[in-house]
Design a protein. Structure first.
Ligand SMILES: NC(=O)c1ccc[n+]([C@@H]2O[C@H](COP(=O)([O-])OP(=O)(O)OC[C@H]3O[C@@H](n4cnc5c(N)ncnc54)[C@H](O)[C@@H]3O)[C@@H](O)[C@H]2O)c1
Length: 287
């Protein structure tokens, strides 16, 4: 069988670059599609051997532009003869500030890069994958901001929620063509887009909301994306996978606000509420 072929948008930095590296390690042929030529050149230099072998191509691409997306996908088909995976990953922070001051232009830019681009990617990947006996896999990179109202700027959060829902609606439409569409929701990941996550983790505000005691890295996402791209996830479609160190699972961390956090409170027992029965309480025996 020919090597599997993928397009990774925003493939020249952060999560995209780690995904490109993972695909190359796994023997795939990859087109990294990105707007930033300098980062693209760095990526090619970093994977010099794969670039020389024609297994890594850089396509300068603005994901908000239909012709650019189409060209990146056609480049992958030209290189590999088929398209097995599209990773819709490119992203920016987008518009921020009070709603009364956000301009329509900045709002539209955010949605063009984060939302329209995902529609365009799915449209052109489906065009190719539909004709393939094994269909293909599309992985969209959303965010935990798609799941909650205070995990990112408003425009970013709303656009990422559309990415999550596109994963469901297009999984439904394209399932009969064996095209799977899934989504990853990164938490706070140390990349150039998120400088705060690149600082010292221990004792940071992030450490207070995230159960796992280490910072998220682009490679953590690359592993999840490789799983959703490949044969181990053949029966999974229309799903999201939060890759967030447990932030979504923990929710608003009320335990630390209400003083019921089991790790910090020295008591064990059972509260029987307003039943008229007494609570039982004793001191914790384990440290
Ligand atoms: N880093 C985080 O904490 C985090 C958390 C949740 C979600 N995400 C999402 O992960 C994805 C990757 O982000 P990252 O953290 O690796 O950021 P990054 O800045 O390291 O990489 C993003 C890449 O996208 C490219 N890009 C931006 N606009 C583009 C456009 N119009 N056309 C083509 N390429 C474009 C950039 O040039 C850059 O190379 C984004 O969708 C982001 O929203 C990141």
């Amino acid at each position: 069988m020919n090597a599997r072929t993928a397009v990774v948008t925003g493939g020249a930095s952060g999560i995209g670059a780690a995904t490109v590296a993972r695909f190359l390690d796994d023997g795939w042929t990859v087109v990294a599609a990105d707007l930033n030529d300098a980062s693209g050149e760095r990526l090619l230099a970093e994977h010099d051997g794969a670039a020389k072998d024609g297994r890594l191509l850089f396509a300068r691409c603005d994901v908000a532009e239909e012709e650019d997306i189409q060209a990146a996908i056609d480049a992958a088909v030209g290189a590999g003869g088929h398209l097995d995976c599209l990773v819709n990953n490119a992203g920016v922070g987008g518009a921020f500030g009070p709603v009364t001051e956000i301009s329509v232009e900045d709002w539209d830019y955010t949605f063009a890069v984060l939302s329209r681009a995902v529609f365009l990617g799915i449209k052109h990947a489906a065009r190719v994958m539909r004709g393939q006996p094994d269909g293909g896999s599309i992985v969209n990179v959303a965010s935990i901001a798609a799941l909650a109202g205070d995990a990112g700027p408003q425009s970013y959060s709303a656009a990422k929620a559309s990415v999550l829902h596109m994963s469901r609606v297009f999984a439904t439409e394209l399932g009969p063509d064996r095209i799977r569409v899934n989504c990853v929701c990164p938490g706070v990941i140390a990349t150039p887009l998120n400088p705060a996550a690149s600082e010292e983790f221990e004792g940071s505000p992030l450490a207070a909301i995230q159960p796992l005691p280490y910072v998220g890295r682009p490679e953590h996402l690359a592993g999840a994306i490789a799983f959703l791209a490949g044969p181990d996830s053949t029966f999974i479609t229309g799903q999201y996978l939060a890759v967030d160190g447990g932030v979504e699972a923990a929710g608003p961390r009320l335990g630390s606000i209400l003083g019921t956090d089991p790790r910090s409170v020295g008591l064990v027992g059972v509260n029987r509420g307003s039943t008229g029965r007494k609570a039982t309480v004793h001191r914790k025996v384990t440290p």
